[in-house]
Every structure is written in structure tokens, then in C-alpha cells.
Design a protein around this ligand. Structure first.
Ligand code: 86X
Length: 480
């Protein structure tokens, strides 16, 4: 068992548990390149689900998918020195092709603003060319020097980056919020992970943006995880890349822009939030396999009849578009199969044994609570559908309770430090708005301001750091 099953406890050794689950569930494995991972079938299928859901959403709202080159000439990045400078140590370069040194070195994209916006400048002439709303699914390279962690921090990862250009500031503003709303829907209603939404502080925002909106989730170890961002770029890039258009007024204007992204990081959050001591727990709406049928035919006389029933249910579930696997391998015992499918997080297991056959029923086992129930054969599909919905709801509700439990309001710096040390999580506290206080707190406690909530709290309080009156309530946390 120790070879294949999870040996560490989520509550005791969270970080090691996480790695063990990721590896043993065959989500990912380390690649023979430092800081890189192999995404195996198990995790790539989840990525495809996320793509499916998000593609549908953005296409419905008039976005189109495109693909830009992986290489970005150095001169492009230098044009935007303001946001590029801080990132220089993270850029990987190509300097040679074959045996020839390149005249200009090429960055392997760390993000694609510069190459995409240089192209926008060519595409856009008049207001009739707007808006442009494009998205690309691609890989990204950032030469991380900090310790890497599967899905959360690797030198290469997959993401989508959306880039839009608009006639008016209002349109860009609406786009930023629309996308944020779609992200929230993906995270909460598909991944079953509740998120806080709000705006980053000036210190934490993307340097190229007017403002950065963010979605933040809470992990079981008390650290926050940024799940996605949506930026209002204003006319910052339009100025640098000369993205101008002739308006209906026949005058020249600069476009208003947005950019936004989510990445394979979300898969890491999924493992952390829902996983347990037996392994992964997949929310039904993104589970690569939603139902596994295990016929209990091992050394059983009725095995042919049991298998026939299993196939009957398999076909019925397929008709309902429920992704189902019939595990009729004969070389493993039912118990061994249970463990394996639990490790992989399959939400519902249907067992059919001799007793079930006799009583014209099936046994349903749910992955989230381990509860077992039975259903009559002709109600099995309906019962399964209902159970999948319940599991989806329950996983979200559990995660929401955990988030609420890990959110603490404090009035003074002493409580701030104690809470952070003993409990972690989000700390709601008043902040005067001065980045000096923000930096001091980060230095002394390791916690940063994760976001300023959109829904401003009516209450104000004294800044938790300097004591100044009428501070704004913000969320602090240590983070990944
Ligand atoms: C910021 C901004 C933005 C589109 C997103 O957050 C979503 C999708 N892009 C990304 N960012 C950088 O601009 C950046 C630039 C360089 Cl050169 C780098 F090496 C690392 C970077 N990391 C983040």
C-alpha cells in the first residue's frame, strides 16, 4: 500500500502531503529539467476542462483565439522598460541558432504584451477596427530561482492570456470586470473553490496597469493563492507601442486596453483545497472521470450477470454524458481498485456485487464523505446524477467554511502578528493607504495586502500599522 497509496497526513505535513498526492495520483512528475514538470493525463484532462469552460465563455462574448510566436525580440521588451525592469532576472534567452550567434537575442515569452501590442499597432487604423478581443493558450517561461512546487511555481507553465483594445475607457473597464466575473464562475462553480475578489494595491499591481483586479483563494495551510488577474492597462501600452486610431470624430486617439490570465496553477489549488488523506478529490464538474463502476466479480459465481449489469449502467450513464469508466480488470481485487480510484479522486464509485444483483440494486460510494447508499437498478442513473450535484455543492460549501474560518478581523498590530503566527489565513485589518505601512508589515510579518475588496466595508478603523484614523479595511495574508 505504501508504494501506491498516500502515506502522509494532510493535517500533519501539508507541504509533503501535497507533493505526494500530486506524484502518486499521477497528476504530474518531475522532468529531467530543473524546475519543470511533466503534466500527465490526470492533470492535463483537468486543464482541458478549464479550457473548454473558459473558451465557451469568452467565445460567447466575442473573443477569438490566436497564437503568437514564443520568441520576443529583446528590443520589444526594452521598449516597455518600466514594467520589464523588475522582471529581467526571470527572462530566459535564446542567443544562438545552430552554430550562429543571433544578431538580436530573443526572449522566450514570460508574457506576450509586447509582441501582441506591437502587432495591434499595425492592425488598428480606425474606430471600425475596434474592439479587438483576442486570447491565446500557450506556455510561458519564467526563470524562477525560488524553490519550485508542482503547479504553483515552475519555470514553464501553461496559461491563457487575453488581450483587448477598446475605443473608450469605460469599455475597457467593463471588460476587466466581465472577465473577472467569468473567472470567479470558473473557480467557484466548476473548481468549487471560493475566492475573494478585489483590487491590488499600487505596490502589488502589475506595473504596466492602471489597476489590477485579482481573485484570491485560501489554502489549508493558511497561505493565500492568487488564482487569476485581470488588468486595466489604460493607455500605458498604447503610448509605448503607438496604438492609435482615428475616431468617429476624425481625430486621433489612443486605444484603451486590458489583459488577463489564469494558469495551470489552478490545478494545484484544486489538489490543495479538496484533497484528503486518501488522495485527490475531484469536483464532479471538472473531474476527468466522474464515475467508476467496479463489479465485484472476484472469485464470485455470478460474475457474468454482474458484469452485464455493470455494462448496462455504463451505457445509460454515457447517454447522459457522464464520463464513466467500467473497471473490469481481472488482475486486481475490488479493494485495490477502490484505493486507486480514490487516490485519483473519482467523485462517485458504483459497486455491483452478488448481493446487489440479488436485490436488483447498486451501491453508490461518494468520494467526498465516503458515505455509501444503494439505489434500485432502474433508478441508478438518476441517483448518480443527483449524487454528483450534491458532491459538487458539498465541496464548495466545505471550502467556503474553511475560508470563513481562516478569515480573522483584527484591530491592532499585536493581534495581527499573533493571528498570523498561530492561525495564518486572511487577516482583515484597517490600512491607511500608505505604502510605507504596507512595506513595513510585509517586512516584519511576511504578510502582504492580497486585495482591497470591491465591496467597501462601512466600518473604518485606525491603521493597524501607524494608527492613523479612517483606514480602509483590506485583506492581508502570507501567500504562495
Ligand atoms: C505580468 C501581466 C499579464 C497577461 C497578466 O497578469 C495576465 C496575462 N499578462 C503579467 N508579468 C510580466 O509582465 C512579466 C514580464 C517579464 Cl519580462 C517577466 F520576465 C515576467 C513577468 N511576469 C509577470
Amino acid at each position: 500500500m505504501s508504494d501506491t497509496g498516500v502515506t502522509l497526513k494532510k493535517n500533519e505535513d501539508f507541504s509533503e502531503w501535497y507533493t505526494e498526492v500530486v506524484l502518486k495520483s499521477e497528476m504530474a512528475e518531475y522532468a529531467p529539467i530543473k524546475g519543470c514538470m511533466i503534466l500527465r493525463e490526470q492533470s492535463y484532462a483537468i486543464w482541458e476542462k478549464i479550457q473548454e469552460v473558459f473558451n465557451r465563455k469568452i467565445k460567447e462574448t466575442g473573443h477569438k483565439n490566436v497564437y503568437f510566436p514564443i520568441f520576443i525580440p529583446e528590443s520589444f521588451l526594452k521598449k516597455e522598460a518600466e514594467h520589464f525592469e523588475g522582471f529581467v532576472p526571470e527572462v530566459a534567452w535564446v542567443t544562438e541558432g545552430g552554430n550562429t550567434k543571433l544578431e538580436e537575442k530573443l526572449a522566450i515569452r514570460p508574457t506576450s504584451e509586447t509582441i501582441i501590442y506591437a502587432t495591434f499597432a499595425k492592425w488598428i487604423r480606425s474606430w471600425r477596427d475596434l474592439p479587438i478581443k483576442i486570447n491565446q493558450w500557450c506556455n510561458i517561461i519564467r526563470w524562477e530561482t525560488k524553490a519550485t512546487k508542482p503547479f504553483l511555481r515552475t519555470r514553464e507553465f501553461l496559461w491563457q492570456e487575453g488581450h483587448t483594445a477598446h475605443v473608450t475607457s469605460e469599455e475597457a473597464e467593463k471588460e476587466v470586470m466581465d472577465i473577472l466575473g467569468e473567472y470567479k464562475d470558473v473557480m467557484e462553480n466548476y473548481l468549487a473553490i471560493p475566492v475573494l475578489v478585489g483590487v491590488k494595491t499600487d505596490k502589488e499591481k502589475f506595473a504596466g496597469a492602471l489597476y489590477t483586479t485579482t481573485l484570491e483563494a485560501m489554502m489549508p495551510d493558511g497561505k493565500a493563492l492568487q488564482m487569476g488577474t485581470s488588468h486595466n492597462l489604460g493607455q500605458n501600452f498604447a503610448r509605448v507601442f503607438d496604438i492609435n486610431f482615428i475616431g468617429e470624430d476624425e481625430k486621433e486617439h489612443k486605444v484603451w486596453q486590458t489583459s488577463w490570465g489564469i494558469s495551470t496553477r489552478l490545478i494545484g489549488a484544486l489538489v490543495m483545497v479538496h484533497g484528503d488523506d486518501r488522495g485527490l478529490v475531484m469536483p464532479p464538474r471538472v473531474a476527468p472521470v466522474q464515475v467508476v463502476i467496479v463489479p465485484i466479480t472476484y472469485k464470485v459465481a455470478d460474475s457474468a450477470a454482474i458484469l452485464a449489469k455493470a455494462k448496462e449502467i455504463l451505457d445509460k450513464l454515457k447517454v447522459k454524458h457522464i464520463t464513466t469508466v467500467l473497471d473490469n480488470r481481472t488482475e486486481y481485487t475490488p479493494g485495490w481498485k477502490f484505493n486507486e480510484w480514490e487516490l485519483k479522486g473519482v467523485p462517485v464509485r458504483i459497486e455491483i456485487g452478488p448481493r446487489d444483483l440479488k436485490q436488483d440494486q447498486v451501491t453508490l460510494a461518494r468520494r467526498d464523505t465516503y458515505q455509501k447508499t444503494t439505489a434500485k437498478m432502474d433508478e441508478a442513473v438518476q441517483a448518480t446524477e443527483k449524487l454528483l450535484e450534491e458532491i459538487q455543492k458539498n465541496l464548495y460549501a466545505k471550502a467556503k467554511t474553511a475560508l470563513d474560518e481562516k478569515t480573522t478581523t483584527v484591530q491592532n498590530y499585536d493581534d495581527f502578528q499573533k493571528t498570523l503566527k498561530n492561525k495564518g489565513g486572511f487577516i482583515k485589518a484597517a490600512w491607511c493607504g500608505n505604502s510605507k505601512c504596507e512595506e513595513k508589515i510585509k517586512e516584519e510579518t511576511g504578510a502582504s495586502i492580497r486585495l482591497k475588496p470591491f465591496e467597501k466595508e462601512k466600518n473604518t478603523a485606525n491603521c493597524v500599522c501607524c494608527g492613523k484614523k479612517d483606514g480602509e479595511i483590506v485583506y492581508f495574508a502570507k501567500s504562495y
